[in-house]
Design a protein around this ligand. Sequence first.
Ligand code: TPP
Ligand code: MG
Length: 300
Amino acid sequence: MTALSTEHATMPVMGRLAPDAPREELVAHLAEAARQIRLQDLKLVHYASAGHIGGDFSAIDILATLYGAVLNIDPDDPEDPERDRFILSKGHVAGALYTTLAAFGFIPVEELATFLKPLSRLNGHPNRNKVPGVEANTGPLGHGLPIAVGHALSAQLDFSRRRTFVLTGDGELQEGSNWEAMMAAAQYELDNLTVICDRNRLQQGATTKETNDLDPLDQKAAAFGFAVVEVNGHDHAQLLDVLSSTPVQPGKPTFVIAHTHKGHPISYMSSNVAWHHKVPSFEQLSSALEELDPTLATSK
Ligand SMILES: Cc1ncc(C[n+]2csc(CCOP(=O)(O)OP(=O)(O)O)c2C)c(N)n1
Ligand SMILES: [Mg+2]
């Protein structure tokens, strides 16, 4: 293994393609961005000796698609009042969010090496007062979706076209606050709101099924007044098509069930409950980096 392959904070800034770029180019760009974010995020968690790599990896394709193509945002003007809002409700995957923000120019890539260090602004849960591009302080599960409903209602009252997207965990949906907020979203006909559920079927230490079964999630979300769509949450083309064409039904908020695997696509992590917040050893880091970048294997 070369020293370079495991060196921290070496991700290139990916940037965004022009919105009118051919769809195939856009999808390929998102796939490469997600791959780079995963390579970097592995090192983030390894060197910090903490983090939530399993949930990071189930969410990264969704984050890359939102920041790389869907959200109307500008890293040079992160406080533009008319920007779209993205709220990471499953705030424990802050590492994936910071890495995505760095990939798209909101924070310096080198700063990722400070993750969880004393005085760093890259804390274990995201803080909107510290980090450009972070829209809400999350971490305690069940808060992001209610905050997102407030943002969407405020846009509606302003007659603004800005949209709000929120990413929840599936275990997180066991929190009752989400369902209260969803009832309000339907009541106010917030079709500027898109809830994305990272449906990896695992929570901390157990499956959602054996803890507090969510199924039939599609029917529950529909009964709460949402237009429901299901996608493969690792397929950038599907994510791009759905997330860039909301609302799917005028007058209704959208609920996207994104079917994912925790730890995807690393062979020893994927859908393995042990990898909620386990830290990869140096050997595990090296083998995961190789899986994501086969050229590293030949440079040994
Ligand atoms: C209110 C609250 N209870 C418990 C926790 C501890 N916790 C952090 S992540 C997690 C599991 C979340 O599972 P899920 O929402 O499915 O996330 P993912 O599988 O995407 O990591 C728990 C219980 C928390 N952050 N907040
Ligand atoms: Mg989960």
